[in-house]
Design a protein around this ligand. Structure first.
Ligand SMILES: [Zn+2]
Length: 221
């Protein structure tokens, strides 16, 4: 049998990585199938997400109206992560991301996930792992993926073309379209906690992504 290769870097895989961070699932959803999606990963890639995954969750929790799952996570796992020895550092990093905005009801703080490189790195990781999980590509490097907050409505015919891959809408819902045209491998739409939608493109190569970034003037990250 061939040795398993890391879905993220192509190196020798000695571990399994949970594609969707398990921290997004509160106790009440412990039986969910999706949190058990794993892909082969080398220990370097796998351990490389450890610090950014709790941060990813915190940003998602703060990025919009809370549904019951968000409240359960906030009271449970997130509070516990803030109480850990390095919780002060975690809290400070999140506080730096909160931007004051003037609203009719007064000053509020907003968080902009797309501006946070640690957040976006985990988002791209989830898409890379899902590519492998669905048998689309064995290895996807970080620089093949462009992702952003979904800033404009997606035309419904494009949206309908995307296969609905999974729906547990109160935690994560995602779709993808295996495009295979114009250097684009696949397009992705992900939504967490019934809000905060993201759009992503996986390119055939890192160079194709670079060309698209400079010519189409896609936003950063
Ligand atoms: Zn690796």
């Amino acid at each position: 049998m061939a040795e398993p290769i890391c879905a993220y870097c192509g190196g020798k895989a000695t571990t399994k990585d949970h594609v969707v961070p398990r921290g997004l699932y509160p106790l009440s959803k412990a039986g969910s199938r999706v949190q058990r999606i794993t892909v082969p990963a080398c220990s370097r890639c796998n351990s490389g997400w450890a610090d950014d995954e709790p941060h990813f969750r915190t940003v998602l929790l703060l990025a919009g109206e809370a549904n019951p799952i968000v409240r359960e996570l906030w009271e449970g796992k997130t509070r516990r992560s803030f109480l850990q020895p390095d919780g002060g550092r975690r809290r400070r990093h999140v506080a730096q991301l909160l931007i004051p905005v003037e609203l009719p009801e007064g000053e509020r703080y907003k968080i902009y996930p797309a501006d946070d490189h640690r957040f976006m790195r985990i988002l791209r990781k989830v898409i890379r792992g899902l590519c492998h999980h669905h048998g689309l590509l064995p290895v996807v490097s970080d620089d093949q993926v462009w992702a952003d907050v979904q800033r404009y409505p997606i035309p419904s015919e494009l949206f309908d073309e995307m296969a609905k891959a999974h729906a547990m809408p109160d935690i994560i819902e995602y779709r993808y379209n295996h495009v295979q045209a114009d250097d684009i491998h696949s397009t992705w739409h992900l939504r967490f906690f019934e809000r905060t939608p993201f759009y992503a493109i996986v390119f055939d190569t890192a160079q194709a992504r670079e060309v698209a970034l400079t010519s189409a003037n896609l936003g950063a990250s």
